[in-house]
Design a protein. Structure first.
Length: 100
């Protein structure tokens, strides 16, 4: 297994958990993207941060990365759904945390 890069280690250390209420203001400015739970959040954040356009376009086209829809936001406003969050300015990448 390859060693982790400094960027990968930094991003892993910055992952946090947050409820939708803290993310909603970022959604209003169009900055929140949902990452498919099948994709490692750090891998997506690295691609965004390194401007790897082809990777990002591929995930967008496959529906594995998408802006939060109004319907999702409304549903999450009514729930206590937690998220894993990673900020890659100016974007906020989130993955819903599965309930146990």
């Amino acid at each position: 297994m390859a060693e982790k890069t400094a960027l990968q280690q930094k991003l892993e250390s910055e992952i946090m958990a947050a409820p939708w209420a803290l993310l909603a203001p970022h959604h209003v400015r169009g900055a929140v993207f949902v990452v498919d739970p099948a994709l490692p959040l750090v891998m997506v954040a690295m691609a965004v941060g390194q401007d790897r356009v082809d990777d990002v376009k591929g995930w967008l086209a496959a529906g594995q990365l998408a802006k939060v829809t109004a319907g999702q936001a409304a549903a999450w406003d009514e729930s206590d759904q937690p998220f894993q969050v990673l900020i890659v300015q100016p974007y906020v990448l989130v993955t819903p945390i599965a309930s146990k």
